[in-house]
Design a protein around this ligand. Structure first.
Ligand code: NDP
Length: 448
């Protein structure tokens, strides 16, 4: 029988990000398969790597000058064993089927870890919102939803935001869904507060990531207070990661976007973070402007031909919060050399596999995105629950639930890793704990 990696490489050639994500899980769950012959007998891996449904569609839209454009839209409905498909939409020119299949695959295990009834999915488009007017973004979102609406629903598939899809895009998408279906339901999460959103949803991924880091440190009798932290990205996840690090007494030295990064030796405080939020969420400017506003900060433009200098600063904790494969092996070596003791992934799969091996073998604590950034989808799950009940929980209640969910994910990872002979390995633990929950549900439901 061919090995599962050979099967998907032959069946889905060129989908390198998807292969990368599958490979990591397959390696982690080998001991589980060895002790559960029923999983192999029932071809559980073969079933897991095949999406339940892939939807690809044309998205035509017109720019402000009247010129038509054609983008490609996707929705990957990966696995619904434990709940409706759930996962974000990404609008970025780098979006391909491979990227979205990797994200959907990761999402399945992440959602299982939250202990909420959420299946896994992901979607998006190669549309680039950067430099587009609000009206152009609105027309694109309306055209995207004019097709997507027939495949989603509050009990079927509930998309949310991701790179390039924030509150503005969710609003336009929701408006079009409501118009087409003539119903007001919780079909999307990440909605604005006054029309069905949950408190703490915008903050949830970043806050959850820092709670996870704090939990890792606490289990070793330490805390984030006084620790120097490197953060990449400057979008939703990065902003709220910084906010919570500051609240817990840590110092954040860096932020980035795709054009470059800033290093602020004095630390990014609350006032500077407010500047970044306005810059990125309202003015939609570049991180370079931070160095104009705060002259002690140094801006360095991105150079794709060299290792990322952001990861070369001396610090104790690194939070990659931008995008996939942003930490390569050179970057990993620099993190180790710079004294970093812990890497906590806010983004999805930001570290290349060889980089993870280097970091883990050097004794660093390493938290994979599917555990550390699960707070976003967890609060999306709480938003769905509130929408179903037609009520809204107070901020403290949502945040307490988020904190408890992150604490439980941390414990599940450590328990699963220890049970299968990899104590302290959060990558193995997250993959194994998520895997067992999903595949047991699949077996219960028969061959579907
Ligand atoms: P945003 O669009 O809000 O921000 C993304 C940030 O990353 C921006 O600063 C962007 O810079 C930068 N970035 C994006 N692509 C690249 C690239 N190719 N090279 C360098 N920088 C890049 O997205 P989010 O903050 O929501 O998402 C960030 C990561 O977190 C993603 O991996 C996402 O999948 C993951 N995630 C997000 C969740 C959420 O709730 N939003 C939940 C769980 C995971 P620029 O503006 O120049 O493009």
């Amino acid at each position: 029988m061919p090995d599962i990696m050979e099967t998907i490489e032959a069946r889905d050639p060129g989908e390198k990000e998807f292969h990368q994500a599958v490979h990591e899980v397959v390696e982690s769950v080998k001991p589980v398969l060895d002790s559960h012959p029923e999983y192999r007998y029932n071809k559980i891996l073969e079933r897991l790597v095949e999406p339940e449904r892939v939807i690809m569609f044309r998205v035509p839209w017109m720019d402000d000058r009247g010129e038509p454009h054609i983008n490609r839209g996707f929705r990957i409905e990966m696995n619904s064993a434990i709940g409706p498909y759930k996962g974000g939409l990404r609008f970025h020119p780098s979006v391909t089927l491979s990227i979205l299949k990797f994200l959907a695959f990761e999402q399945v295990f992440k959602n299982a870890l939250t202990s909420l009834p959420l299946g896994g999915g992901k979607g998006g488009s190669d549309f680039d919102p950067k430099g587009k007017s609000d009206n152009e973004v609105m027309r694109f979102c309306q055209s995207f939803m004019a097709e997507l609406y027939r495949h989603i629903g509050p009990d079927t598939d509930v998309p949310a935001g991701d790179i390039g899809v924030g509150a503005r895009e969710i609003g336009y998408l929701f408006g079009m869904y409501k118009r087409l279906r003539n119903e007001f339901t919780g079909v999307l999460t990440g909605k604005s507060l006054n029309w069905g959103g949950s408190l703490i949803r915008p903050e949830a991924t970043g806050y959850g990531c820092v709670y996870f880091a704090a939990e890792m440190l606490q289990s070793r009798g330490q805390s984030l207070a006084g620790r120097r932290c490197l953060v990449s990205g400057s979008g939703n996840v990065a902003q709220f990661t910084v906010e919570k690090i500051i609240a817990l007494g840590g110092t954040v030295l860096t932020l980035s976007d795709s054009s470059g990064y800033i290093f602020d030796e004095e630390g990014i405080d609350e006032e500077k973070l407010t500047f970044v939020k306005t810059l990125k969420n309202v003015r939609r400017g570049r991180i370079e402007e931070y160095a104009d506003a705060y002259p002690q900060a140094v801006y360095t433009p991105a150079n794709p031909d060299t290792a990322n200098p952001l990861w070369q600063h001396k610090a104790e904790v690194a939070f990659p919060c931008a995008t996939q494969n942003e930490i390569d092996t050179d970057d990993a070596r620099h993190l180790i050399a710079g004294g970093v003791q812990m890497v906590v992934e806010g983004a999805n799969m930001p570290t290349v596999p060889e980089g993870i091996t280097l970091l883990v073998e050097s004794g660093l604590l390493f938290a994979p995105g599917k555990a550390a950034n699960a707070g976003g989808v967890a609060v999306s799950g709480l938003e769905m629950a509130q929408n179903s009940m037609r009520l809204r929980w107070p901020m403290a209640e949502v945040e307490d639930r988020l904190r408890m969910i992150m604490k439980n994910i941390h414990a599940s990872c450590l328990d699963a890793a220890a049970q299968y002979g990899k104590p302290g390995n959060y990558v193995a633990g997250a993959n194994i704990a998520g895997f067992i929950k999903v595949v047991d549900a699949m077996l219960d439901q028969g061959l579907v």
